[in-house]
Design a protein around this ligand. Structure first.
Ligand SMILES: Cc1cc2nc3c(=O)[nH]c(=O)nc-3n(C[C@H](O)[C@H](O)[C@H](O)COP(=O)(O)O)c2cc1C
Length: 367
């Protein structure tokens, strides 16, 4: 048996907790958003946005939330015998903001119905918990309310989320990639959800136009893109199917996908190039050589590319592969820029490669 020696407690110097750092740290814990409603002693509806709500016990049914000691309605909440936890739906950001604002009639223009004891149920929420106040506990600058759940109402709306000071919408984690048609080459929803913030960061860091490519029904398909501050003169569309040899995105899919998947597309493009002279790739040998170069450099590119109906001025495009845990290419991250301002040694390309590596690692790929 191996025994790991822990450092003595006295060796660990503890520094005081900085409230701003604590807030930032707590922000990593993403929560739902609720409005806690009560009636004041005059029978008027009172409501306040709170994300400190959490579950406590299933049997008995108990929940908790906490209230700032210096909240205007503190005494109303601490005297109330019952309250309702209105769990907000993803389209209720306005309600959340409204019930966090001071100095206005928060219920004005808000549709609500009376629940148990007449306490407001705000319309359009994801769910409701109608509670009695079981107990309160002091908690530093907050008071904790333990509520006993009397009745629950579930709607089918998706909940609003909150983390790091921002509202969020939630997407279910897709942990059954095997069920996807053909499984290989099909980007899972996870990959796409993880790629989106990654592309946003990349666009912010580099100020380049960036795009996300997947293998669609008809080959490489651009499903999402974000423009640089100074947009390119390119009519990019979501759902645009790209050529395998005439686009950077297409080249990485051609270089890394199973040949049985790509061969019909490559054959068609080579035949078209032989007839029209529209591309440098007129025989399979050239194509193989080029795709080997793409694999060596782990980046596909097109220089001074012009596509009919898409752009008149040439653009340079660069694309890198994202792999899943099995080593299959599932996404391509692409960057574009004016051909006279986006050379092959642009530092943004290093950021592009690093982003793809990070994303692959998150999908379980081990290089
Ligand atoms: C997303 C979000 C979550 C909040 N959670 C809480 C909470 O759990 N407890 C609390 O006391 N205040 C919370 N607040 C702040 C209160 O809603 C806000 O301070 C209060 O409504 C202001 O009213 P007052 O100035 O009239 O007291 C939250 C605000 C927001 C936007």
């Amino acid at each position: 048996m191996t025994v790991i020696q822990m450092p003595h407690k006295t060796e660990l110097a503890l520094s005081p907790i900085d409230p701003a750092e604590l807030r930032r740290c707590l922000g990593s814990f993403v929560t739902g958003v609720t409005v806690i409603t009560v009636l004041d002693d005059q029978g008027n509806p009172i409501g306040m946005t709170a994300n400190s709500f959490n579950s406590v016990s299933l049997d008995p049914a108990l929940i908790v939330w906490s209230l700032r000691l210096n909240a205007t309605a503190f005494s109303t909440y601490s005297n109330a015998q019952r309250f309702v936890v209105n769990i907000l739906a993803e389209d209720q950001v306005d309600i959340s903001n409204r019930f966090a604002r001071s100095g206005l009639d928060r219920f004005e223009g808000v549709a609500w119905t009376q629940g148990l004891g007449g306490v407001p149920l705000i319309e359009g929420c994801a769910a409701y918990l109608e509670c009695t106040t079981e107990q309160t506990y002091p908690g530093g600058d907050h008071l904790l309310f333990l509520g006993r759940v009397q009745r629950i109402v579930n709607a089918t709306r998706r909940p609003l989320a909150f983390g790091s000071g921002k509202y969020m919408v939630v997407h279910p984690y897709d942990n059954s990639p095997g069920k996807h048609v053909g499984s290989g080459h099909v980007a899972t929803l996870n990959a796409i959800h993880l790629a989106r913030p990654c592309l946003e960061d990349l666009n912010r860091e580099t100020d380049k136009t960036v795009g996300l490519g997947v293998w669609g029904n008809f080959g490489p398909t651009l499903i999402w893109w974000i423009e640089a501050k100074k947009p390119l003169d390119v009519r990019l569309r979501c759902g645009m199917v790209l050529p395998l040899l005439g686009s950077a995105t297409g080249k990485v899919f051609a270089a890394y996908s199973n040949r049985s998947l790509t061969q019909p597309y490559l054959d068609a493009e080579i035949t078209a190039a032989q007839k029209t002279g529209s591309s440098e790739f007129i025989n399979p040998f050239q194509v193989d050589q080029h795709l080997e170069q793409v694999r060596q450099a782990r980046i596909g590119d097109v220089q001074n590319a012009i596509m009919a109906d898409i752009n008149e001025k040439g653009v340079n495009g660069y694309s890198v592969p994202v792999f899943d845990a099995s080593g299959t290419i599932v996404l391509a991250l692409t960057m574009m820029g004016d051909s006279d301002a986006f050379p092959k040694d642009d530092p943004a390309l290093q950021a592009l490669k690093e982003a793809a590596n990070r994303l692959s690692a998150r999908l379980g790929w081990k290089s």
